[in-house]
Design a protein around this ligand. Structure first.
Ligand code: SF4
Length: 371
């Protein structure tokens, strides 16, 4: 299990499932309606990507994300697992996550996922309030989330993560507190709370441009602090800016992203970081290709790893950072770190570096000084 502040053990495998039953109003992820011919073409592309993986590729973590993996039909999911088993050594995958949209999980799909080896479900609850779900353009109701958790437990899942969104225009702190309580009532092992951002090209960005909705940053900060108070009081440790967990249930796959670990991504829009190179696929169906490929300059890569690792509440252990990157933290950004520490935004000790509590909500501002 990944220990915050340390380097996660990889590699990871990410599989992008580019279909969603409908487009949420705030979402900029690449996805399309799950037409069967399109899914068949996607599976053919997945087969091609899998055949290009290194021989004997044996991921320590697998993450099926999207999109909505559970929008696939049972036979499509079964075909995906058949392809994976045929190309990847899955025996060492201690954590295998799959994203789930409430309303799209059936008991047959839950059992299929479990039988294939998936052992962690990440369920996109987002809110339990009907008005908030409607505003977000979510195609589900709060009871669908409760039903998905129930189905997952019945299928034997012992690691359930729930996602919530805070800082939605018109949603008060009291309403978000009710969302937190509703999520806790389902006794998940892990909760993620994501701050709403208005992404370009989304229905929300058009509504914002038309003056129909606006982000209230002070309210967002109140709700972020509320999530910290409520979830930690309930026994979920705050281990990354957006993530809370029961002891030992941190997401190991995301731990790779936060610690500069290696991972390979397959499917459209998927990204990879492998052997000093990084590349990403185009957002295209039925065919996709490499949108970019770059060889990382070591110091720039180390600065990026520094920033990603500071997303973890424990930050970086200096020794682990040196082992992961070959650099001393202060050789990369010494003067900037000293200034940010003097301003109370970073906490420096001889052993570690982390964001100060007051800097967690404004982490992007701090990170801009360090990359
Ligand atoms: S279900 Fe998820 S990936 Fe699909 S549109 Fe909604 S937020 Fe985006």
């Amino acid at each position: 299990m990944n220990t915050p502040g340390q380097t996660a053990t990889g590699p990871g495998l990410y599989i992008h499932v580019p279909v969603c039953a409908s487009q949420c109003a705030y979402c900029a992820f690449f996805s399309m309606a799950p037409a069967r011919e399109l899914v068949a073409a996607w599976l053919a592309g997945i087969r091609r990507d899998l055949s290009e993986l290194p021989d004997g590729f044996a991921p320590a973590t697998v993450y099926i994300g999207g999109g909505t993996p559970t929008a696939l039909e049972e036979e499509e999911l079964a075909r995906l697992f058949e392809l994976l088993a045929g190309h990847v050594e899955l025996g060492g995958a201690g954590e295998w996550s799959c994203e789930v949209n409430p309303g799209s999980l059936t008991s047959a799909k839950a059992e299929l996922l479990r039988a294939a080896g998936v052992n962690r479900l990440s369920i996109g609850a987002q809110s339990f309030h009907p008005d908030t779900l409607r505003l977000l353009g979510r195609g589900h109701h709060a009871d669908d989330t409760r039903a998905s958790v129930e189905l997952a437990r019945q299928a034997g899942f012992r690691h359930i993560a729930l996602d919530l969104i805070y800082g939605v225009p018109g949603v008060t702190a009291a309403m978000f507190a009710a969302d937190l309580e509703a999520a806790l009532a389902l006794e998940p092992e892990h909760i993620s709370c994501y701050c709403l951002e208005i992404e370009p090209g989304t229905p929300f960005s058009r509504r914002a441009a038309a003056g129909e909705l606006a982000i209230d940053e002070a309210e967002q900060r109140r709700q972020f602090e509320l999530s910290r108070r409520v979830l930690t009081a309930a026994g979920l440790g705050h281990y990354e800016i957006s993530n809370f967990t029961l002891p030992g249930r941190e997401c190991r796959h995301n731990g790779l992203y936060w610690s500069g670990g290696e991972y390979l991504g397959i499917g459209p829009a998927a990204h990879s970081h492998w052997r000093g190179k990084r590349w990403g696929h185009t957002e295209e169906l039925p065919e996709w290709s490499r949108a970019f490929e770059e060889t990382l300059e070591p110091a720039a890569k180390a600065r990026e790893t520094l920033v990603m690792g500071l997303r973890r509440i424990a930050g970086w252990n200096r020794r682990e950072f040196r082992a992961a990157t070959g650099f001393e933290i202060n050789d990369l950004r010494g003067p900037e770190i000293a200034r940010l520490a003097a301003d109370g935004l970073l906490v420096e000790t001889q052993e570690s570096l982390r964001l100060a509590d007051d800097a967690l909500f404004i982490s992007d501002t701090v990170f801009a000084e360090l990359v």
